[in-house]
Every structure is written in structure tokens, then in C-alpha cells.
Design a protein around this ligand. Sequence first.
Ligand code: GLU
Length: 481
Amino acid sequence: MSAIRTRFAPSPTGFMHIGNLRTALYGYLFAKSQNGTFILRIEDTDQERLVEGAVDFIEKTLAAAHIYVDEGPKEGGDYGPYVQTERREIYREYAEKLLESGHAYRCFCDPKDKDAHKTDFSGYDRHCRDLSEEEIRAHLDAGDAYVIRQRMPLTGTTTYMDLVHGLITFENSELEDQILLKRDGLPTYNFANVVDDHLMAISHVIRGAEYITSAPKHVLLYKFFGWTPPAFLHLPPVMGKDADGKTSKLSKRHGAVNFGDLIDLGYLPEAVTNYVALLGWSPKGTQEIFTMDELIREFSADGLSKSPALFDYQKLDWMNGEYFKAMDPAKFAALAKPFAGDLPAHIDEKWDYLAGILQSRLAKFSEIPATIGFLKEMPDYALDAFVNKRNKTTVEGAREILPQALPVLESITDWTPDGINAALDPFVESTGLKKGAVMWPLRIAVAGQPVTPGGLTEVLYILGKENSLERYKKSIDKLEA
Ligand code: GLU
């Protein structure tokens, strides 16, 4: 069997949609799981869509997702150049071969007259398909601009094997005489793609299902050239859930859909890659958390699904949370820090401790500001925050217990979690109440909200003695007012 070579062939836009990332990832996994080569090719022949710095962006995004390119614009390789606009001479040469063999023809129709040459059924009306030698010569002598079109067979069918969907057959009569080379001398996607996949010795073309209908045109080109087509794997789309419960192609209205936006939201690249790997591919067992090495080991094309995959943000949250829990605490603290914003000095110095509390509680870093906001500033709370059914606490109870605990807190000299507990535990015991019944009102008094990362001790420690007592006394005043 010949070498496995897959490619990711993005157009250079300034973002990486999750669907594209998945295409890249599957191409990478498919190759790496079989000791193959993964190639990056930039498809930039659509000059209107060019974005500056996009190639750099694509390389960086892939690397961030732990997808490593073997051959590409930066890496080089024996099959370059890997940017299509640097290959224009190649496409012209091959388009001319098709002109010679009669599988393509020059079309002099004015693109502005588009409608004049359109049929509802197979696009272009083939006006120039059978021009005589003399007519062609006359146009060329007059210096008329032209495009080169593929001469589709008018009868018969074209069939190809899709390793995801099985055999796919199209009626040739439904295929448009598509443009191969544009007036500006640049190839269309459909032409460049075939020439490049062949010249770059691509063994498996892995891409989105939107290309299922283009593939027969590609297969015919391979045939015209006398080349063996690669194997095709067309991946079903990634969907998002709409407000009405239906699904549609994953887009902005569903939430963040670009790799970079998910990272900005505070998901870990490893978690996103792991999650994306499972969007349309099922491993054999029940394992869900995979390192890249494990993915490479496990991946195989028979686990690819024919049906659309649903992007589930809750599932991603869960998975990212699992990655957080498994992370080295120092690394977590460092990565989480930029999301915390400016912190007052007394919190800043306890960041590692606070991060240790957050690590097991967060789904993504972007939750940090809301989670720790109460530490920066005391929330304006309503008295019924003191009421908690489970701990049987009431506003009246708080009014009683808070002043009693004040001297205990004031007396603490060792303001550390251990020091605080050493003072609070005997106090709780002296009240004869359950621990929760004491902790609840005290925690409300310093946190101003019913849910906090960590319990009373942690909150007191992070706030520091001075800050804690100031908040605490204000709460007593509030209760007495
Ligand atoms: N340039 C195409 C895209 O960005 C590539 C399709 C393919 O892989 O053949 O979707």
C-alpha cells in the first residue's frame, strides 16, 4: 500500500471555524495513526477573500490545537510550493493539457452577460463548447479574454467511493461545464484542488460534506488526466441547537464557533481538541478524555459517523472542567490569572490559594470574574440571604449570632485557614448549633451572597482580617438597622 498522505486545505480567512478545525484534526489523526504525512496547503486563489497574516494565523491555530504540519508553507517539503497562488504556472500547464486532449475548451462569453448564458439545469449553457477552429482563432486574434471550462460528458454517470458514505453516483448530464481557469489566469478551487492533490500525492481527501457534489467533477478530471483519484472522506456538518430545539449548521447564533473565540472564553486548547475529536467520530470504548497520543492510537475511519454531529456547549464545559481538575495547580493558577482582572493587593497575594479553590469548580476561565467578584467588592445583598432552609437559618438567628461571633473573629491572631478554624470550631460547639447553622450567616455577612467558591474559612482567609471584619461589622449594622 502506498504512503498515507492527507492534507488540510483551508482558504486563508482570519478565523478557524470548529468545523474546519475538525477537518484538520481528522486529517491529522488519519495520517498519524498510520504513520502518514499531514500536509497544509493554502487555497488562496479566491483573491477577494484574502486576509493578511492568515497563513500565519492558520499555522499558529493548528499548533495551538496540537496539530503539527509535516509539509506546508513554513515547513517546506518535496511537493511545494504549498500556497496555490505560487503555483499558477502549474495550473496553466495542466489546463492546456486538457485543451489539447479536448477535455476542456476556451469560453469567450462575457461574464457580465452571465444571465444570457445560464440555464436553470446545468448552469452555463455551453455556448462556446463547440466553437469551430476558425471562431476560436478569430477570438484569440482579437485578443478576447477567455476562461477555460471543463467539457463534461453529456451522458452516463460518474461514481466514486466515499469511505464515510459509501458509493456515490451522479448523472453526468447534471454537471456544469465548470470553469477551470479564470480570466485572470488563476484556477478555480475545483481545478487547483485536483491538480494539487495529485501532484502532492495525497492518498485520502478528508473534507466537509459540502464537497460531496463537487467530487464527481473532480473524479472526471482525474480520469481526463489518466490519474488515479485519491480516496474521499466527506465529513457530515457540525450542527448547533437552535432556540426552538431544532438544529442548524453551527454558526454564531449558537455561541462561539471559532477556535480562537473558545480559547478567549477560557477553554483549554487540549480540551477543545479533545471535544472536537468526538464530534463525528466514536472511539471503540467508552473513554472520552484523550490525550493527542491516545487519539492518534485510537483513531480509525470506521468510527466516523455519517450523520451530522451536534456541538454541545455543556458537554464541552464538562470536558474542560475535567481538564482543569487534572491540571498541575501552578499551571492552572498561571493560566487563570489573566482572566481575574485587576485584583486588590490582599487578594492578589493569595492568588495561588484562590486558584486552588477555583480549579475544581470552574468549567472555563471566563467564569472567573463573576465567581470572584464578591471578593473584590461586597455585593449589596438583601436580608433574606440569611435565610436557608437546609441549615434552618433565619434573619433573627443571624441578628443574634453575628454579634456573638464578632469577638471570636477579632481575637484571631493567626489569620490562616488553620488559625481561623481553630477559633471557629470551639465557638460553633459553644453555641450548641449545627455547624452549618453558624457558618451560613457568618459567610453571608462577609460574602454577601449564598454561593461562594470555598466555605467561610476560605473566604475569611482570602479577604484578610481587616477586610473581613469591616464587612462583618457592616452586616451587623445592616441587621440591626
Ligand atoms: N479550500 C477548501 C475549503 O476551505 C478546501 C476543500 C477541500 O479540502 O478540498 O473548504
